[in-house]
Design a protein around this ligand. Structure first.
Ligand code: ADE
Length: 238
């Protein structure tokens, strides 16, 4: 049961890219997941195999043709996998989306130029539009690699046994506590005493406090959601 990734792209050489290295690369070679690409150019129309055209209504850039995208999709067996279109117009990708994708049979990712794909094919086919953040990439490929990296690290056997614990802390809705290693004193900066105390209860409490502090200071959006949930838990009778 290999987790299957398919990328529809004008740049198939970008896959698996950096995911061929490190832990994801080893998992790829071990067959924990697989990567295939569909070259959108193969479905282009006319002598020049055009895949895009100028936008109706005018304006800058080019738009990917719906007939080309549809033909490329027809050539892929989705096998129960969601089709995902990375775009800054999508809803923001979250760790719970990543968990959902990773626990399924895989993903099909349609990579477009950022000016976009004709809206009609996105509506006519069942395609999830997902953004990886509020900035503009030159195309969907790097966003697809981000999504695949986030999924692959959750597949059983890819990371060490501590991965579920690491995962746990983010799903708790807080940023992680800060980490320290040797040397205990570096350029005059000491590691916090509590971490050298051997008191595991005190360490756990300190780490939780630091996670809360970091979240409150850096991510008021996450903090508000966390505080709201904590309030609910307290007020709700068991
Ligand atoms: N394509 C271009 N920019 C993107 C973004 N921020 N997220 C997902 N796909 C994109």
């Amino acid at each position: 049961t290999t987790w299957q990734a398919t990328a529809l792209t004008l740049f198939p050489e970008m896959f698996p890219g950096s995911l061929g290295c490190s832990l994801a690369g080893r998992a790829l070679r071990e067959g924990i997941w697989s990567m295939e690409t569909q070259d959108l150019r193969n479905h282009g129309v006319g002598r020049h195999r055009n895949i895009d055209d100028t936008p109706f209504g005018g304006g800058a850039g080019m738009v990917m043709r719906p007939d080309v995208v549809s033909a490329a999709l027809e050539d892929v067996d989705p096998a129960g996998r969601p089709v995902i279109y990375p775009t800054p117009r999508g809803r923001t990708l979250t760790q719970s989306d990543v968990r959902r994708y990773a626990s399924g049979p895989g993903v099909v990712v349609l990579c477009g130029r950022y000016e976009g794909v004709d809206e009609r094919v996105l509506e006519a086919r069942d395609i999830e539009q997902v953004s990886i953040g509020d900035y503009i990439l030159s195309g969907g490929e790097v966003a697809a690699l981000v999504l695949l990296d986030a999924c692959v690290r959750l597949l059983p056997g890819v990371m060490g046994s501590d991965s579920s614990a690491t995962e746990e802390s983010f799903s708790g809705g807080l940023l992680e506590y800060p980490h320290y290693t040797r040397p205990a004193r570096w350029e005059g900066h000491d590691v916090p005493d509590v971490l050298l105390s051997g008191d595991h209860g005190a360490i756990a409490r300190w780490r939780h406090e630091m996670a809360e502090m970091a979240t409150r200071q850096r991510r008021p959006d996450l903090w508000a959601a966390y505080a709201a949930r904590a309030g609910e838990d307290i007020s709700r009778p068991a």
